[in-house]
Design a protein. Structure first.
Length: 220
Protein backbone atom coordinates (compact mmCIF):
# COMPACT_ATOMS: atom_id res chain seq x y z
CA UNK A 1 0.00 0.00 0.00
CA UNK A 2 1.29 3.46 -0.90
CA UNK A 3 2.24 5.66 2.05
CA UNK A 4 0.02 8.75 1.86
CA UNK A 5 1.42 10.42 4.97
CA UNK A 6 3.33 13.60 4.19
CA UNK A 7 6.72 13.95 5.91
CA UNK A 8 6.75 16.11 9.01
CA UNK A 9 7.75 19.74 8.30
CA UNK A 10 10.63 19.34 10.74
CA UNK A 11 12.26 16.95 8.27
CA UNK A 12 12.20 19.71 5.66
CA UNK A 13 13.44 22.58 7.84
CA UNK A 14 17.11 21.55 8.08
CA UNK A 15 17.58 19.38 5.01
CA UNK A 16 16.56 16.21 6.78
CA UNK A 17 18.64 16.87 9.87
CA UNK A 18 17.16 16.95 13.36
CA UNK A 19 18.87 19.50 15.64
CA UNK A 20 19.65 18.07 19.09
CA UNK A 21 21.30 20.33 21.65
CA UNK A 22 24.25 18.76 23.47
CA UNK A 23 26.43 20.04 26.29
CA UNK A 24 29.30 18.24 28.01
CA UNK A 25 31.27 18.93 31.16
CA UNK A 26 34.77 17.54 31.11
CA UNK A 27 38.07 17.17 32.89
CA UNK A 28 39.88 19.41 30.41
CA UNK A 29 40.06 20.41 26.76
CA UNK A 30 41.57 17.28 25.18
CA UNK A 31 38.72 15.14 23.89
CA UNK A 32 40.85 12.02 23.53
CA UNK A 33 42.58 12.11 26.91
CA UNK A 34 40.43 14.16 29.28
CA UNK A 35 37.43 12.69 31.07
CA UNK A 36 33.84 13.17 29.96
CA UNK A 37 32.07 13.86 33.27
CA UNK A 38 28.56 15.01 32.32
CA UNK A 39 26.54 14.91 29.13
CA UNK A 40 23.10 16.33 28.41
CA UNK A 41 20.97 16.25 25.27
CA UNK A 42 17.91 18.44 24.77
CA UNK A 43 15.40 17.39 22.14
CA UNK A 44 13.51 20.03 20.17
CA UNK A 45 9.87 20.04 19.11
CA UNK A 46 8.16 21.85 16.25
CA UNK A 47 4.57 23.12 16.56
CA UNK A 48 1.97 23.42 13.80
CA UNK A 49 3.18 26.93 12.96
CA UNK A 50 6.72 25.69 12.34
CA UNK A 51 8.10 27.21 15.54
CA UNK A 52 10.74 25.36 17.55
CA UNK A 53 10.39 24.73 21.27
CA UNK A 54 12.59 23.06 23.87
CA UNK A 55 11.54 19.47 24.48
CA UNK A 56 12.76 16.77 26.84
CA UNK A 57 16.18 16.83 28.49
CA UNK A 58 18.20 13.64 28.90
CA UNK A 59 21.25 14.06 31.14
CA UNK A 60 23.75 11.81 32.91
CA UNK A 61 26.73 12.01 35.21
CA UNK A 62 29.50 9.98 33.59
CA UNK A 63 32.22 7.83 35.14
CA UNK A 64 35.70 8.83 33.94
CA UNK A 65 37.05 6.25 31.51
CA UNK A 66 40.08 4.20 32.58
CA UNK A 67 43.21 6.34 32.50
CA UNK A 68 41.31 9.58 31.90
CA UNK A 69 43.05 12.84 32.71
CA UNK A 70 41.25 15.31 34.98
CA UNK A 71 42.75 18.77 35.24
CA UNK A 72 42.24 20.22 38.75
CA UNK A 73 41.56 23.66 37.24
CA UNK A 74 38.82 22.22 35.03
CA UNK A 75 37.22 20.46 37.99
CA UNK A 76 37.35 23.65 40.05
CA UNK A 77 35.71 25.55 37.20
CA UNK A 78 32.80 23.09 36.85
CA UNK A 79 32.54 22.24 40.55
CA UNK A 80 32.40 18.52 39.75
CA UNK A 81 33.87 15.99 42.16
CA UNK A 82 34.23 12.85 40.02
CA UNK A 83 34.81 10.65 43.05
CA UNK A 84 32.01 11.89 45.29
CA UNK A 85 30.33 8.80 46.82
CA UNK A 86 26.84 10.18 46.14
CA UNK A 87 27.50 11.10 42.51
CA UNK A 88 25.14 8.91 40.41
CA UNK A 89 27.55 8.35 37.53
CA UNK A 90 27.29 5.65 34.87
CA UNK A 91 29.81 4.41 32.27
CA UNK A 92 30.03 6.66 29.22
CA UNK A 93 28.94 3.84 26.89
CA UNK A 94 25.70 3.46 28.89
CA UNK A 95 25.14 7.23 28.91
CA UNK A 96 25.64 7.48 25.15
CA UNK A 97 23.43 4.51 24.37
CA UNK A 98 20.59 5.92 26.50
CA UNK A 99 20.84 9.33 24.83
CA UNK A 100 21.10 7.82 21.35
CA UNK A 101 17.96 5.76 22.00
CA UNK A 102 15.98 8.94 22.69
CA UNK A 103 17.48 10.68 19.67
CA UNK A 104 16.55 7.81 17.35
CA UNK A 105 12.98 7.90 18.63
CA UNK A 106 12.82 11.62 17.80
CA UNK A 107 14.34 11.00 14.36
CA UNK A 108 11.62 8.48 13.60
CA UNK A 109 8.88 10.75 14.94
CA UNK A 110 9.92 13.68 12.78
CA UNK A 111 10.92 11.65 9.67
CA UNK A 112 14.47 12.99 9.85
CA UNK A 113 17.48 11.12 8.51
CA UNK A 114 20.16 12.13 11.01
CA UNK A 115 20.72 14.24 14.10
CA UNK A 116 22.91 17.31 13.97
CA UNK A 117 24.53 18.59 17.14
CA UNK A 118 23.67 22.07 18.37
CA UNK A 119 26.13 23.44 20.89
CA UNK A 120 27.65 26.63 22.21
CA UNK A 121 31.13 26.41 20.67
CA UNK A 122 29.82 23.20 19.16
CA UNK A 123 33.19 21.88 18.01
CA UNK A 124 34.08 21.24 21.67
CA UNK A 125 30.96 19.20 22.47
CA UNK A 126 31.08 17.33 19.16
CA UNK A 127 34.74 16.48 19.68
CA UNK A 128 34.08 14.95 23.10
CA UNK A 129 31.00 13.15 21.82
CA UNK A 130 32.92 11.61 18.91
CA UNK A 131 35.82 10.62 21.17
CA UNK A 132 33.48 8.91 23.62
CA UNK A 133 31.73 7.09 20.77
CA UNK A 134 35.10 5.82 19.53
CA UNK A 135 36.18 4.67 23.02
CA UNK A 136 32.85 2.94 23.54
CA UNK A 137 33.02 1.22 20.14
CA UNK A 138 29.48 2.33 19.32
CA UNK A 139 28.73 1.57 15.67
CA UNK A 140 25.42 3.43 15.24
CA UNK A 141 25.95 7.07 16.13
CA UNK A 142 22.84 9.06 15.10
CA UNK A 143 24.77 12.35 14.99
CA UNK A 144 26.51 13.73 11.92
CA UNK A 145 30.24 13.23 12.54
CA UNK A 146 31.42 16.75 11.67
CA UNK A 147 28.52 19.10 10.88
CA UNK A 148 26.97 21.15 13.68
CA UNK A 149 25.05 24.31 14.54
CA UNK A 150 26.99 26.70 16.78
CA UNK A 151 25.00 29.10 18.96
CA UNK A 152 28.14 31.13 19.67
CA UNK A 153 28.12 32.07 15.99
CA UNK A 154 24.35 32.50 15.87
CA UNK A 155 24.40 34.62 19.02
CA UNK A 156 27.07 36.82 17.51
CA UNK A 157 24.98 37.32 14.37
CA UNK A 158 21.66 37.83 16.17
CA UNK A 159 22.60 39.98 19.19
CA UNK A 160 26.34 40.61 18.96
CA UNK A 161 27.13 38.28 21.88
CA UNK A 162 29.17 35.06 21.69
CA UNK A 163 29.28 34.20 25.42
CA UNK A 164 26.30 32.01 26.31
CA UNK A 165 25.27 33.94 29.43
CA UNK A 166 25.45 37.27 27.59
CA UNK A 167 23.60 36.01 24.53
CA UNK A 168 20.85 34.56 26.73
CA UNK A 169 20.54 37.84 28.62
CA UNK A 170 20.50 39.82 25.37
CA UNK A 171 17.53 37.73 24.29
CA UNK A 172 15.67 38.70 27.48
CA UNK A 173 16.03 35.34 29.21
CA UNK A 174 17.12 34.69 32.79
CA UNK A 175 20.55 33.28 33.59
CA UNK A 176 21.37 31.63 36.92
CA UNK A 177 25.11 31.77 37.50
CA UNK A 178 24.82 29.22 40.30
CA UNK A 179 23.32 26.64 37.93
CA UNK A 180 25.76 27.26 35.08
CA UNK A 181 28.40 24.66 34.14
CA UNK A 182 25.90 21.91 34.70
CA UNK A 183 25.47 20.05 31.41
CA UNK A 184 21.68 19.96 31.74
CA UNK A 185 21.32 23.67 32.57
CA UNK A 186 23.72 24.86 29.88
CA UNK A 187 22.11 22.59 27.28
CA UNK A 188 18.63 23.87 28.11
CA UNK A 189 19.73 27.51 27.87
CA UNK A 190 21.50 26.77 24.61
CA UNK A 191 18.32 25.13 23.32
CA UNK A 192 16.23 28.17 24.29
CA UNK A 193 18.71 30.47 22.53
CA UNK A 194 18.73 28.33 19.39
CA UNK A 195 14.93 28.16 19.26
CA UNK A 196 14.51 31.92 19.65
CA UNK A 197 17.01 32.70 16.90
CA UNK A 198 15.59 30.12 14.48
CA UNK A 199 12.03 31.28 15.16
CA UNK A 200 12.95 34.89 14.48
CA UNK A 201 14.23 33.80 11.07
CA UNK A 202 11.00 31.96 10.30
CA UNK A 203 9.76 34.73 7.99
CA UNK A 204 13.05 34.67 6.06
CA UNK A 205 12.81 30.90 5.74
CA UNK A 206 9.21 31.07 4.50
CA UNK A 207 10.20 33.70 1.94
CA UNK A 208 13.05 31.54 0.69
CA UNK A 209 10.66 28.61 0.19
CA UNK A 210 8.44 30.82 -1.92
CA UNK A 211 11.42 32.00 -3.98
CA UNK A 212 12.54 28.41 -4.53
CA UNK A 213 9.04 27.40 -5.59
CA UNK A 214 8.83 30.26 -8.08
CA UNK A 215 12.25 29.40 -9.49
CA UNK A 216 11.25 25.75 -9.92
CA UNK A 217 8.10 26.76 -11.80
CA UNK A 218 10.13 28.92 -14.17
CA UNK A 219 12.38 25.95 -14.94
CA UNK A 220 9.46 23.71 -15.95
Amino acid sequence: MENTHAPHPFSQRFRGFLPVVVDVETGGFDAKNDALLEIAAVLLDMDDAGKLHRGATVAYHVQPFAGANMDPEALAFTGIDPHHPLRPAIPERDALQRIFREVRTALHHYNCTRAILVGHNAFFDLGFLNAAVARSDIKRNPFHPFSSFDTATLGGVAVGQTVLARAVAAMGMDWDTGSAHSAAYDAEKTADLFCIIVNRFQAVYASSLQDQSEYARKQE
